[in-house]
Ligand binder design. Structure first.
Ligand code: GCB
Length: 582
């Protein structure tokens, strides 16, 4: 899936504005895509979650209605016009001028509709119904009852009753865009890259729609290199291998990016074009090592969230810049998009700045009660497909994570995760695929995933306050996990809550000192294990979650930065360790 782009042959507008909005607590229903009670509509900012924008809607999860009107820019006649949503959480239904365009399930991933037949030059009315209510058959799940609820002891009874530990923000959370292309257009571009000595190779596959006459032209530009290739069109897809002599590889130290422009040309005229940033790099697991460009790489960084006061999980460009500035300040080289894919812009900047990303689907807190299992399975597959379709061209993305902490003890979870693994590998054989688990040796899926990602809270939830015990248990467990599965291990989560400004000597739980000591001692231990390929602290920043007795102020305080991005004591100590290693 190509992100909308403006150039001589494509044009994009963003419908970012104050839209009309209303809650629909009684699920009144629709008439031609119009909610009856819309007369009491109020303004809402798009994109942003709705929960923190009003005084009466924080815990209201839907349904709710959005509407806006728009005119087209001039010169869009004869064009194919597409309406694209970057992320709507959780269920979206869309009408344009009274015509249903379709629906989409699942937040954090884009979807689009061909609106050409329904859009007018002026006076268009766009209506979106959003339903973020939690349900047992959603992914991620919520409001789970019965036996399955017992699995979620730490979240049971929290309000809202999500089966995951972050606030279930709802709404239109990323940009809504309209874009125009010609009727013959580039549908997709996929690149994968290799190199041998100084010779880089970029394999490009282009999918296009429209008449089969003409050529596809490829320009590669950067670092003194400029080459052009032309391939005659015959099928719906075209492939080419581009050689890059004296290649400048992409890496965290040197995030070199080439410009690849693809043009569709007929009778000497360009009819569509798209430019993609391409980083030439390889990533693979060999033995106990993670190799980037054939060199071992150790991941130090964080699990994170897209989360900020007022906007919730809404797209906030300044926050993206700030978070990368903090990652660079502290010396992090990587993060995981826990627990859902982050914005496309976040990945664009990771490409530019040389940050390594483990890209994770929204499949968090999965449980395996029989009813609804098939639907949840299909959704997990859909998320893997949508995530890879969206993010496959980012050099910063070094790995796919298909799920976080599934409750995968029953036997039928094995085929479930085998299928997800194969889905990801079939779509992209160039990246390792992982699953993040808290089960340890009991996680059968570790047998066939490429890397072991383990979450551990010893000294916190388990053995609170007992750090010596925590460290020795962790050490034994890591060794036996490695012995059992014979794969490299990333400690994907570890940490402790620290209330900013709360101090204790000797250190005790919830103090900045205890958080610091736990993190530092974990890191020192991990560095002694040759098969450990990384440490991701949970979490980079404090973040909002449901209300419950373990979450003071409805916040998870495991950030080494506060929610407003101020360093805690741990941040300074981690910086000393990480700067030494970079
Ligand atoms: C976990 C989860 C994460 C939570 C964290 C915690 O294992 O993966 O979503 O926020 O623990 O702080 O409890």
């Amino acid at each position: 899936m190509l992100y909308p782009q403006s150039n001589l042959y494509r044009q994009t507008i963003e419908l970012a504005d104050f839209w009309d909005f209303c809650f629909d607590p009684n699920d009144v229903g629709i008439q031609n895509g119009w909610q009856k009670g819309f007369t009491d509509a109020r303004p809402i900012a798009v994109p942003a979650s709705w929960n923190d924008q009003f005084e009466d809607g924080r815990d209201f999860l839907g349904p709710a209605w959005y509407q806006t009107s728009f005119d087209l820019p001039w010169s869009w006649d004869e064009k194919r016009i597409v309406l694209r949503f970057g992320s709507v959480n959780y269920l979206a239904e869309v009408w344009l001028n009274g015509q249903s365009l379709g629906s989409h399930e699942g937040g954090h991933l884009p979807f689009e509709f061909d609106a050409t037949s329904w859009v007018k030059q002026s006076g268009n009315l766009l209506v979106v119904r959003v339903d973020g209510r939690l349900a047992f058959d959603h992914v991620p799940p919520g409001n789970v009852t019965g036996d399955a609820a017992d699995f979620f002891a730490s979240h049971a009874g929290n309000f809202p009753q999500a089966q995951f530990d972050f606030f279930p923000y709802c709404g239109i959370q990323r940009p809504v865009m309209l874009y125009a292309t010609s009727q013959n257009y580039l549908r997709d571009i996929a690149v994968d890259t290799q190199f041998q000595d100084l010779l880089g190779k970029i394999h490009v596959r282009v999918e296009r729609v429209g008449e089969a006459s003409g050529i596809a032209r490829f320009h590669l530009l950067g670092y003194g290199h400029h080459s052009t290739r032309e391939i005659p069109l015959s099928n719906e897809s075209v492939e080419v291998d581009i050689d890059v002599p004296s290649v400048m590889l992409w890496s965290p130290k040197n995030p070199n990016l080439y410009d690849l422009s693809v043009e569709l040309v007929r009778n000497g005229n360009v009819i569509d074009a798209y430019t993609l940033k391409v980083g030439v790099r390889t990533i693979e697991i060999v033995g106990d090592q993670l190799l980037l460009n054939d060199e071992p790489i150790y991941l130090n960084g964080f699990g994170r969230h897209e989360d900020f006061p007022v906007v919730g999980r809404g797209y906030l460009p300044a926050l993206i810049v700030k978070d990368y500035a903090l990652m660079q300040w502290i010396g992090a080289n990587s993060f995981r998009t826990s627990h859902y894919p982050y914005s496309e812009q976040m990945l664009d900047l990771a490409d530019q700045l040389g940050i390594l990303v483990i890209d994770e689907t929204p499949a968090v807190g999965l449980y395996f009660r029989e009813d609804g299992l098939e639907k949840r399975g299909a959704l997990c597959q859909q998320y893997v497909r949508e995530m890879i379709a969206r993010d496959k061209n980012h050099p910063s993305v070094i790995m796919w994570s298909v799920a976080n902490e599934p409750h995968s003890t029953p036997p039928h979870t094995r085929p479930f995760f085998e299928e997800l693994y194969h889905e990801a590998k079939t779509l992209d054989s160039t990246r390792p695929v992982t699953l993040v688990s808290f089960l340890g040796a009991g996680e059968e899926a570790f047998a066939f995933y490429d890397l072991i990602c383990l979450n551990r809270y010893l000294g916190w939830y388990v053995g609170p306050g007992k750090l010596d015990e925590a460290l020795s248990t962790l050490s034994v467990e890591l060794d036996s996990l490695h012995e059992k599965f014979n794969k490299p291990i990333l400690l994907a989560e570890f940490g402790a809550d620290a209330i900013p400004g709360h101090h204790a000597q000797p250190p005790e739980m919830f103090s900045e000192e205890y958080q610091t000591e736990l993190i530092v001692r974990y890191i020192e231990l991990l560095r002694q294990k040759s098969y450990v390929v990384g440490e991701h602290i949970w979490n980079m920043c404090d973040f909002k979650t449901s209300q419950g007795v373990t979450r003071a102020g409805a916040l998870n305080y495991k950030g080494v930065f506060t929610r407003d991005r101020r360093p805690k004591l741990a941040a300074h100590r981690v910086r000393e360790l990480w700067q030494k290693n970079t």
